[in-house]
Design a protein around this ligand. Structure first.
Ligand code: C2E
Ligand code: CA
Ligand code: CA
Length: 393
């Protein structure tokens, strides 16, 4: 994680840009200001801002469109919307940003006072610097990191039955509340705490599966691995010893790595991934279609599952291109002897499409959101119970 605070502002009024830049400078930000959308996208990619201030109303550009752009980039920047429109519009924009997974900092109604701008930028800085190494270390020491489980359903005889979960790390910061995983994972990677963090998550996962097995529920579990662990040659042995310690069969666990992670160092990754696979764990290539893996890497690496990125899945009902991408990725997975999982399924129409496309597994808010372990079994029972009823009917 880069340590400087970087502010990017877009506003069609040059004077306002200048004003915000001056204020932000005074607070120690590096700054860039732009007045139109194309320059915004370029500046965003080059400057990698930690805070974005976005004017909602500009001639020729729709602020919401820029929010969507930030969402599509999976931006981790804190986003502040500004507008002369009434509070309701600002509130709606804030909601849209949140639903896109953006880190919304709030809204600034124009005309605003110097003190309003200063205090919101101060807040942005505070939130960010609070995510410092020491804070994460304290969280790790206190075991503040939890695992949430998102249901994963498999297509069996024409019905989607929940047979597994994906484990997703959660950090509820005592002061700042929910912190998005990519933020603290990046931090842990940058500070060398990722091994400890991953061990805490994986140990909770093994403990949980062992508990479920003891209660008669054998759910498959997928666990995300950071790129940084793919060149740690001891890591596969650590995994086998955990599986033995908790008496969990390796076949019940799948490790997910992103395409980008694999590409960081393909040779080292190949070694570690192959050994994980040889120990009978499943291996999944996550966010497929968004990274830079070549088809060659895909067929050389020992993956057992391909996860179609949600950016394609979400659009299958609107865009023929998205349908073609998803169908092709499912087919590619099958031809290479892998199963295909689609993530981000939010509507019945998408689910129906995936059935026709022959996708093996699905995940998404439609089937279930990530939830704490105590909510999972009831949610699974409710979903799967419904199926049998339909079936019997
Ligand atoms: P991912 O592995 O691609 O996980 C899927 C993300 O999509 C999760 O976000 C999940 O909450 C969200 N999601 C699931 N279904 C839907 C849906 O229907 N619609 C939408 N809009 N979103 C959906 P989350 O939990 O915020 O995690 C973000 C990323 O952080 C993960 O992406 C993963 O790359 C990383 N991550 C999470 N936990 C861990 C972990 O324990 N270790 C590592 N290394 N990375 C983790
Ligand atoms: Ca994943
Ligand atoms: Ca994914």
């Amino acid at each position: 994680m880069e340590s400087s605070d970087r502010l990017l502002v877009i506003d069609d009024q040059q004077e306002l840009c200048d004003y915000m830049v001056e204020v932000a400078h005074g607070l120690g930000f590096e700054t860039q200001a732009v007045t139109h959308a194309q320059a915004f996208r370029e500046a965003y990619l080059q400057f990698n801002p930690t805070v974005v201030v976005l004017d909602l109303q500009m001639p020729n550009v729709d602020g919401i469109e820029l929010l969507r752009y930030l969402g599509s980039q999976r931006s981790r920047a804190q986003v502040l919307v500004a507008s002369g429109m009434d509070q309701r519009v600002l509130h709606t924009a804030d909601q849209v940003g949140q639903s896109l997974g953006l880190n919304m900092l709030g809204a600034l109604q124009k005309p605003f006072m110097l003190s309003d701008l200063e205090s919101v930028l101060q807040k942005a800085k505070q939130q960010r610097s609070a995510l410092a190494e020491a804070d994460l270390q304290r969280a790790l020491n206190n075991h503040e990191l939890l695992v949430y489980y998102q249901p994963k359903a498999r297509l069996i005889e024409g019905q989607w039955k929940i047979e597994g979960v994906e484990a997703l790390a959660r950090w509820h910061h005592p002061q700042f509340g929910f912190i998005p995983p990519p933020e603290f994972i990046d931090l842990a990677e940058a500070t060398g705490q990722i091994r400890l963090l991953t061990e805490q998550i994986i140990e909770q996962c093994f403990q949980q599966i062992a508990q479920w097995i003891a209660a008669g529920h054998s759910l498959q579990m997928s666990i995300n691995l950071s790129a940084r662990l793919l060149n740690d040659r001891q890591f596969p042995d650590y995994l086998t010893s955990l599986a033995a310690q908790y008496a969990v069969p390796a076949q019940m666990i799948t490790f997910e790595v992103t395409e980008t992670a694999v590409m960081a160092d393909p040779d080292a990754s190949m070694d570690v991934l192959t050994r994980i696979r040889l120990k009978n764990f499943g291996l999944s290539i996550d966010d497929f279609g968004t990274g830079y893996a070549s088809l060659k890497q895909l067929y050389q690496m020992p993956f057992s599952e391909l996860k179609v990125d949600m950016s394609f899945v979400r659009d299958v009902c609107q865009r023929p291109e998205a349908r073609i991408m998803v169908e092709t990725m499912v087919m590619l997975a099958h031809k290479l002897g892998m199963t295909a999982c689609a993530e981000g399924v939010e509507t019945p129409a998408v689910l129906e499409f995936l059935k026709r496309a022959g996708c093996d597994h699905v995940q998404g808010y439609l089937v279930g959101r990530p939830m704490p372990s105590q909510e999972l079994l009831p949610a699974v029972a409710a979903w799967n119970g419904q199926l049998t009823k339909n079936h019997a009917a």
